[in-house]
Write a protein that binds this ligand. Sequence first.
Ligand code: SF4
Length: 217
Amino acid sequence: MNRRNEILNEMGLAPIWKLRSIQEQPEQKAESIALMDWAQLKEKVSGCTDCKLRPGCTQTVFGVGDEKADWLLVGEAPGAEEDRLGEPFVGQAGKLLDNMLAAIDLGRGSNVYIANVLKCRPPGNRNPEPDEVAKCSPHLLRQIGLIQPKLILAMGRFAAQTLLGTDATIASLRGRLHRYAGVPLIVTYHPAYLLRNLPDKSKAWADLLFAKKTIAG
Ligand code: SF4
């Protein structure tokens, strides 16, 4: 045992010192995530146990698409089908999204990347909690850093409110250009909401055209 350890041992501090040296603090964790490449980030997320959601979900849902896309679409968190399949925006809502993207000559994997704020499914599809968002945000931030999109489309109330740090309504956030992590951000409805509120499809279409125009400069 070296002199430092002997002193810590005598003071009864050795186990504490050891524990702190092994466990990364949240800020250190965020800093190390911010330096990861795609492979490291995917591995980190798939083995992540940073918040209480991981034990209750089938698998993490990392995100999918063109890793050099101009468009980054961000939703809330995986639902039951996404949790089962490991991919965001699947099922009927996913089909609607794919159709809307196709109408402006886009598709998932073709200049589009799709991800959620949270990578694990909250139990019973409850709203994500602030501590879960805080723990998972470094993953999305790193995805943004690696993709370097020209525009973020925040889909749904929760994604918009979380990314913009506001509790404003989606109606009041739509139609304006915001910013997240230095990237222009536009708010629109979640496709699952549009399936239940068909008249709002025309508003979502207007949001897509606004986003397309913004990207074109
Ligand atoms: S939700 Fe995010 S922070 Fe929580 S365990 Fe899953 S990947 Fe980790």
